[in-house]
Ligand binder design. Structure first.
Ligand code: 3PG
Length: 210
């Protein structure tokens, strides 16, 4: 359907999936990723500081397109949107979640890992879906298999994506984006090693261009 709100525009084809333990890490992380060419970030609602972190990035790093990840409930959708998330992502989807997202008017990437889940998300109007957990679901073989019946669906494989396999994923015609947590290692966040994060982002940016 054309009535669903579009994702904000961003250049990067690699979406860092981040779990933050401290909201104060959010702005320097966003700046470090931008310095490495990545202008999109998924901040997961897995920690108590996630909403504050989303709000800080939305407020202070406007050129970073900040999405809220791990949206599991209607409440998560509302809280993420109130915090300033420009879009949402989920590991899966449910009727209640899709209703909440539609009511909120939040651009959204539902998670799928079976043909039936692709069909349900497609019926709800979605054409970009997160394949999760991507390598467990079969990785490239699964994406190739899904391409035949679902020629109008694009995927963001996430879960098991790394520097070693992202190039192969991004060459697959029905892959629009890839997601992964390796771009923001917990140890680098703890140590405030923003240069390491910029270096990881730059590596990913270069590989995704090639
Ligand atoms: C997650 O659930 O944390 C994301 O899918 C990232 O998975 P990864 O750690 O395998 O990149």
């Amino acid at each position: 359907s054309t009535s669903l709100p579009a994702l904000p525009a961003f250049r990067s084809r690699v979406v860092p999936v981040v779990v933050l333990q401290d909201a104060a890490h959010a702005v320097p992380l966003a700046q470090a990723l931008l310095a490495g060419g990545i202008d999109v970030i998924e901040i997961t609602l897995r920690t108590p500081c996630a909403l504050e972190a989303i709000a800080a990035v939305a407020r202070e790093v406007p050129e970073m397109q900040v999405g809220a990840g791990t949206l599991l409930s209607a409440d998560d959708v509302r809280r993420a949107q109130d915090a300033g998330a420009r879009f949402g992502l989920s590991p899966g989807h449910s009727p209640a979640l899709l209703r909440a997202v539609a009511e909120a008017g939040l651009p959204f990437v539902p998670g799928v890992m079976t043909p039936g889940e692709v069909m349900a998300a497609r019926e709800a109007g979605y054409r970009l879906m997160k394949l999760f957990p991507a390598t467990v679901a079969g990785g490239l073989d699964m994406l190739k298999a899904l391409a035949s019946p679902f020629g109008d669906v694009r995927f963001c494989p996430t879960g098991g994506v790394s520097l070693d396999n992202l190039g192969g994923f991004l060459k697959q015609p029905n892959v629009a984006l890839v997601g992964g947590s390796w771009l923001a290692p917990a140890a680098a966040l703890r140590a405030g090693d923003w240069n390491q994060i910029t270096a990881l982002a730059r590596q990913a940016t270069e590989l995704s261009a090639g």
